[in-house]
Design a protein around this ligand. Structure first.
Ligand code: MUC
Ligand code: MN
Length: 369
């Protein structure tokens, strides 16, 4: 039986300013959910977002308030082993709130897979890979700093895929910044960009042509999420891969993209999709339609990153790798044993459930009061 649901907000400074077109991050607010059950098993989930309300329509504060006040009371007293039944109740009664739903579903699945003694991936169809390629985001705002950071990552053998955050400056300035980095890093390294919706369709026509000619591998969400027709026109016009991110809020959006040939690649995010199982449906639609897959992040800490890794390990096709570097952007580790990043890959935890243990003492110190 589900007895308690607790939401913890933990403020963790980032290792450097992380500049997106919609926000500059100096700290990340981790949103962690702990579900406690009468049989003594605990489950953990994460609903971390980016930039308060700058990026999405749920904030850390709204997620906590809505779980405490509206979602937890629906679940307390229910059978913790019947995860699908519990989530069906939440999905029927609660509108929206995809991040909150994701954290609750993750925690219930974590607890249930611990009970069964298997990694969470095995409840999601089973893993087909034990390690995932991991991109790093260069977002210091300065070209020389970004090049030095990338060279350090290559040297450490931690990342050889780099995503650059652009869109805040004029298109020509951003293009010059990206192509300078591409030129410095060379052909063995994959360089991609994320515009975070900042461009008009006309900006995008100019920007994408220049980036494609300069050897950039992937262009993420160049135009506003609502402008799906523009995104489809751009995807059909250019050979370089165009990826949907903010426009993808779960299986129904994925279906719409499939129907309209609206993107070449999907950034699958468990929170944006509304949970692990809806995210699996997004991936299934992509694979059926021949759309490429990329494992996305909302810069979660170790819990959400492990949950995402458990799901992405089940994807047969993962042509563009992942960006599950969230814990590496933070100055504090919230797991008792950190995730393993080695030889350009994140190793998918092998223990039961998520395969990670939150450090309760650390969380007590970092917790927002
Ligand atoms: O993709 C986004 O829009 C959000 C996020 C993921 C990596 C990163 O640096 O920012
Ligand atoms: Mn993005």
């Amino acid at each position: 039986m589900i007895t308690h649901i607790e939401v913890i907000l933990a403020e963790v400074p980032t290792i450097r300013a992380h500049r997106l077109s919609v926000a500059t991050m100096h700290t990340q607010t981790l949103v962690l959910v702990r579900v406690r059950c009468a049989d003594g098993v605990d489950g953990w989930g994460e609903a971390t977002t980016i930039g308060g309300l700058n990026y999405g329509e749920e904030s850390p504060d709204s997620i906590k308030a809505n779980i405490d006040r509206h979602i937890a009371p629906l679940l307390i007293g229910m059978d913790a082993r019947q995860v699908a039944k519990a989530m069906a109740k939440v999905r029927k009664v609660i509108q929206g709130n995809r991040f909150a739903k994701c954290a609750i579903e993750t925690a219930l699945l974590d607890a249930q897979s611990r009970r069964l003694g298997v990694p969470l991936s095995e409840l999601l169809g089973g893993r087909v890979r034990d390690a995932l390629p991991v991109a790093w985001t260069l977002a210091s705002g300065d070209t020389a700093t970004d090049i030095a950071e990338a060279e350090q990552m290559l040297e450490l053998r931690r990342h050889n895929i780099f995503k650059l955050k652009i869109g805040a400056r004029p298109v020509a300035d951003d293009v010059a910044h990206v192509l300078a980095i591409k030129k410095a890093l060379g052909d063995a390294v994959s360089v991609r960009v994320d515009v975070n919706q900042a461009w008009s369709e006309l900006d995008a026509v100019r920007g994408i042509a220049a980036l494609e000619a300069g050897g950039i591998d992937l262009i993420e969400q160049p135009v506003r999420a609502e402008h799906k027709a523009a995104m489809a026109r751009l995807a059909q016009r250019y050979a370089v891969a165009l990826m949907a991110d903010e426009a993808l809020h779960g299986p129904l959006d994925a279906l719409d993209f499939v129907r309209h040939d609206g993107a070449d690649v999907f950034a699958v995010k468990i929170t944006q999709s509304g949970g692990l199982l809806p995210a699996a449906q997004v991936a299934a639609l992509a694979q059926l339609a021949g759309i490429g897959l990329y494992g996305g992040t909302m810069l979660e800490g170790g819990v959400g990153t492990a949950a995402s890794a458990q799901l992405f390990s089940t994807f047969g096709e993962l042509a563009f790798g992942t960006e599950l570097f969230g814990p590496l952007l933070l100055t504090q580790e919230v797991l008792r044993t950190p995730l393993v990043y080695q030889d350009f890959m994140l190793h998918v935890p092998t223990g039961p459930g998520l395969g990670v243990e939150p450090d309760l003492d650390k969380l007590r110190d970092l917790r927002r009061r």
